[in-house]
Design a protein around this ligand. Structure first.
Ligand code: UD1
Length: 435
């Protein structure tokens, strides 16, 4: 079975280039079908979530070209088969962006979302509230099928009850092709909300205020073609920053927007790392054992929930006891049991993890429970003494381009194996090198 074999203990050092932002790309690729002309999107990360969404976009009749690894040219003029319900769209949550895009353009959408229980855990009530405010009839049917339909979409004043990235992006898309002005209050301010708004504006939309909590959208009649490059991935960059810190390394992370990483840099500085910033790069140096701190996940510009497992891994090696509070998703400590197998001292009480630092983790056989926690556990294995095996790596491949290759270029000993023979070879090579 595919998994990573990791031999820990090497401080990561060198330079690593960050790919385009997966979460921005999901929204932007979906929004590209709103134009009736070719739209060129560059700096798209080559990760499995994106490949799945592209298949879903193809499956409804859009013309998709892929001239190089990171560029897509999408033309939505030929879209005929509106209901989006196939094996692709049901595989990723990001496919809910097809609802806003199709509703905006065709005034009707029918999109199947990943299974019922996932929707239960991650509700879409704010998306639905927004579509309804714009005048759509929306129903949530069995097997996660969402239907939305409107004679006409009309601008509205919408107050979001919770700060939701997905709902903000979906409403911005639909409102871009509505009649009149929409105002979204308590909007999400994440960098990928801003990127999506910039992208739509480059197609002729009239969106102001993205990046603040009030977004104003003046509806336009149609959107035209464009060429657009996606921003660098904030969470991929953060993962390498924290991996550098966990392994007491010295890593320069290039193709980043340091402003997007401020909440992460601030925590790293607070616990004793050195950070050097330039226009589009950031160097993280960790030469000594790190100190403890408390952290609470919050919407941007707060500390991102997607980095919560990574900071817990780091604080698990720090001097003293830290408290990590998860305030966005209720069930995001599933990795803790795996980390305990590596020697961590962590107890979880409801949405809080109490993390008492240990001197070192030791290698173990572990399962990645989800995308970000999977990456965090790889970081722990790179910092650990001895050999680890990380299974369920399809989660990690959803959002990290060339993860083992990039880590290897920094001196990390990690290899993806499939067969028993490959596994044994990798272990032998790592152990021989260690002698
Ligand atoms: C996006 C990101 C995900 C990140 C999350 C928070 C994508 C594809 N995924 O997810 O990686 O972890 O932002 O930064 O961009 N909520 C509701 N009702 C709704 C919508 C959300 O109650 O209709 C709640 C959620 O349960 C959660 C909070 O709002 O507690 C934030 O969720 P949201 O920002 O919508 O996350 P996603 O957009 O799904």
């Amino acid at each position: 079975m595919e998994h990573y074999v990791i031999h820990g203990g090497n401080p990561l050092s060198g330079e690593v280039e960050i790919a385009g932002a997966k979460n921005a790309a999901l929204g932007i690729l979906a929004a590209s079908i709103m134009a009736d002309e070719a739209v060129t999107i560059e700096n798209v990360p080559d990760v499995s979530d994106i490949r799945v969404l592209v298949q879903a976009i193809k499956s409804i009749g859009a013309d998709v070209q892929h001239p190089d690894r990171h560029t897509y040219i999408i033309n939505g003029a030929g879209i005929q088969d509106l209901p989006v319900d196939n094996e692709y769209v049901r595989r990723i949550r990001g496919s809910y962006y097809m609802i806003g895009a199709l509703l905006g353009k065709y005034k009707r959408a029918q999109v199947a979302l990943p299974g019922g229980c996932n929707i239960g855990l991650r509700p879409i009530d704010q998306h639905i509230k927004g579509f309804r405010a714009l005048g759509a009839d929306v129903s949530l049917e069995s097997r996660g099928l969402v239907r939305a339909e409107a004679e006409e979409l009309t601008g509205a004043h919408i107050y979001m009850d919770v700060v939701s990235v997905g709902a903000t992006i979906n409403i911005v898309m639909a409102a871009s092709l509505a009649k009149g002005t929409t105002i979204i209050e308590n909007a999400a301010k994440e960098p990928h909300v801003v990127d999506l708004a910039n992208f739509l504006n480059s197609m002729g939309a009239r969106i102001k205020g993205a990046g603040t909590d009030v977004i104003r959208i003046k509806g336009v009649d149609h959107l035209h073609g464009t060429e657009y490059a996606i921003i660098p991935d904030q969470i991929e960059a953060g993962t390498y920053m924290f991996a550098a810190a966990a392994t007491k390394g010295d890593v320069t992370i290039t193709n980043v927007i340091p402003k997007h990483l401020e909440s992460l840099s601030a925590k790293l500085i607070e616990i004793g790392c050195e950070i050097e910033e330039s226009d589009d790069a950031l160097r993280v140096v960790a030469s000594k054992r790190l100190g403890h701190t408390n952290v609470k996940t919050l919407p941007y510009p707060g500390f991102p929930t997607d980095m919560q497992p990574q900071i817990a891994v780091l604080l698990g090696l720090a001097n003293g006891t830290s408290i990590v509070t998860e305030s966005i998703f209720e069930n995001r400590f599933k990795y803790v049991d795996e980390l305990i197998k590596m020697g961590a001292n962590i107890t979880v009480e409801s949405n809080t993890a109490i993390v008492t630092g240990v001197e070192q983790y030791h290698g173990a056989v572990i399962d990645a429970p989800d995308l970000r926690a999977g990456a965090a556990l790889v970081t722990a294995a790179l910092a650990a003494k001895g050999l680890s095996q990380v299974f369920n790596i399809h989660f990690i491949e959803r959002g990290y381009e060339d993860f083992p290759e990039k880590l290897r270029s920094l001196g990390g000993e990690i290899v993806k194996v499939d067969t028993r023979e490959e596994e044994e070879n990798a272990k032998r090579t790592f152990l021989r090198r260690a002698q």
